[in-house]
Design a protein around this ligand. Structure first.
Ligand code: AMP
Length: 143
């Protein structure tokens, strides 16, 4: 998928936003939705998606950045509080050659621990939904 193109309202994150697909929800307000990645690259891998329908950072409306990034930071702080990792990694991919697989703009938040390898993007197995819901509740409690 190229960087340019029309937003596809049938993408999985759009379905999650509309409540047509499930997610292990961490946080939601009028600006953003945060939920657990179902193919976690590290334990606690969380996604924060804006409610604005856009594909990448390139078509995201600049005046919406501040409010969205404040949510990303708030969730990252809660992830740190919930899991006490040694590091917190943020990833944001644009376009298929960059590794983007879901074309609704988002940030990944990945807790990193000393000596613990991260699974490759697209190489992680599917997590158990009950375990993800438990992690989501832990982060939500730390918000
Ligand atoms: P990206 O490749 O940067 O577009 O990231 C998309 C992320 O969404 C990947 O890490 C996937 O594991 C994750 N993902 C795909 N489908 C779902 C889903 N239904 N619920 C939660 N995470 C998902």
């Amino acid at each position: 998928m190229s960087l340019s193109g029309a937003y596809d309202p049938a993408n999985i994150f759009a379905k999650i936003l509309r409540g047509e697909a499930p997610c292990a929800k961490v946080f939601e307000d009028d600006v953003a939705l945060a939920f657990m990645d179902v193919f976690p690259q590290t334990a606690g891998h969380t996604l924060v998606i804006p409610k604005v329908a856009c594909r990448t950072i390139l078509d995201f409306p600049p005046d919406a950045f501040g409010a969205y990034m404040a949510r990303v930071q708030r969730v990252a702080q809660a992830v740190e509080k919930a899991f006490a990792p040694d590091g917190v990694m943020l990833i944001q991919l644009n376009g298929a050659p960059a590794g983007q697989t879901v074309f609704h703009f988002h940030f990944h938040i990945l807790p990193r621990r000393e000596g613990e390898a991260m699974k490759g993007h697209g190489k992680a197995g599917m997590a158990d939904m009950a375990a993800l819901n438990a992690q989501a509740a832990q982060i939500a409690a730390a918000l």
